[in-house]
Design a protein around this ligand. Structure first.
Ligand code: PEP
Ligand code: MN
Length: 318
């Protein structure tokens, strides 16, 4: 590292030039150093400065990013074959390209339904094949990753695990695309560094997801940080999508926030749909019934024309 004195009489400053990140913490620990300001970005792979064009991530054969807008939809949790088949048929008919469904559920209470585990993964694989849709499901533990990639096309890392670094590394090593949700109290810089972990470990593609941050008002489940979409797009070339279901926690607000996400420049949506929300074993309050999801999709398709984006269609509709 090379140090240059750039003091101007009023300010005593030293500019340090060089690759050694450790030297910065050394400087910070000196009692006479008030502040260190890093002018280079802390990431190597995901920054907009390294690539000005938008990255397109493929989940199965479905493109996400640039002009390709994706809708990922399905139940919060896989509950049964009948429930998953009904959800898949409904979301596919309405124009969703990727199926979602949790087999391992990160529940706040240990007494809540924890997901069907491996049986849920098998159902996902079979139903996704039947409906010719790529499928995405959440990994809670690095030990799940190997099994998940045998059953699903992409790995979801949820908000509670957004800074679980061993899980990020394992997901990256798998080489599968990763849908990385923003932690409830995670800054955008922290989220981007989580994405950097995945790519640095060998990850081929990361889709970032804004899903609401912790707020103070229980009227909605979280606060959807819609400005995170343009802010992330300015910082990174990775695709950014929005989850209006977990952000609001209320099905009657999901369509408005989905429309806001399109207008904000998002590359997609992830939405919870249940054939019978009242009987859902998790997140029923925010799940859209199929008829409402169909209305949401037509509103989104109209807005996509204004945004000059194309809806990534399910296989048979291409
Ligand atoms: C989910 O997608 O069902 C989920 C648990 O999401 P989040 O991690 O955003 O809470
Ligand atoms: Mn959920």
């Amino acid at each position: 590292m090379r140090a240059v004195d750039i003091s101007d009489g009023a300010v005593h400053a030293i500019a340090a030039v060089g690759p050694n990140q450790h030297a910065i913490s050394g400087l910070q620990s000196l009692t006479f150093v008030e502040r260190t300001i890093s002018i280079s970005k802390p990431w190597r792979h995901i920054g907009r400065e390294t690539k000005s064009t938008d990255t397109v991530v493929h989940v199965g054969n479905v493109p996400v990013g640039a002009e390709n807008f994706v809708v990922i939809a399905g139940p919060c949790a896989v509950e049964s074959e009948a429930q998953l088949r009904a959800a898949a048929a409904a979301v596919r008919d309405a124009g969703a390209a990727i199926l979602r469904g949790g087999a391992f559920k990160p529940r706040t209470s240990p007494y809540s339904f924890q997901g069907l585990g491996i049986d849920g993964l098998k159902l996902l694989k079979n139903v996704a094949a039947e409906f010719e849709m790529p499928v995405i499901t959440e990994a809670l533990d690095p030990r799940h990753v190997e099994t998940i990639i045998r059953h699903a096309d992409a790995i979801q890392i949820g908000s509670r695990n957004s800074q679980n670094y061993p899980l990020l590394v394992e997901a990256g090593r798998s080489g599968r695309p990763v849908l990385l949700k923003r932690g409830m109290s995670q800054t955008l810089k922290e989220l981007l560094l989580s994405a950097e972990y995945i790519i640095n470990a060998g990850g081929t593609g990361v889709i970032l997801c804004e899903r609401g941050v912790r707020g103070f008002d229980p009227e909605t489940r979280h606060i959807l940080d819609i400005a995170a979409v343009p802010a992330l797009r300015a910082l990174t070339h990775l695709p950014v999508i929005v989850d209006p279901s977990h952000a609001t926690g209320r099905s009657e607000f999901v369509t408005s926030m989905a429309k806001a996400a399109v207008a904000a420049g998002a590359s997609g949506l992830i939405i919870e749909v249940h054939p019978d929300p009242c009987s859902a074993m998790s997140d029923g309050r925010q799940a859209l019934p199929p008829a409402e999801f169909t209305i949401l999709m037509s509103a989104v398709e109209r807005l996509l024309e204004v945004e000059e984006k194309v809806l990534s269609a399910p296989a048979k509709r291409r």
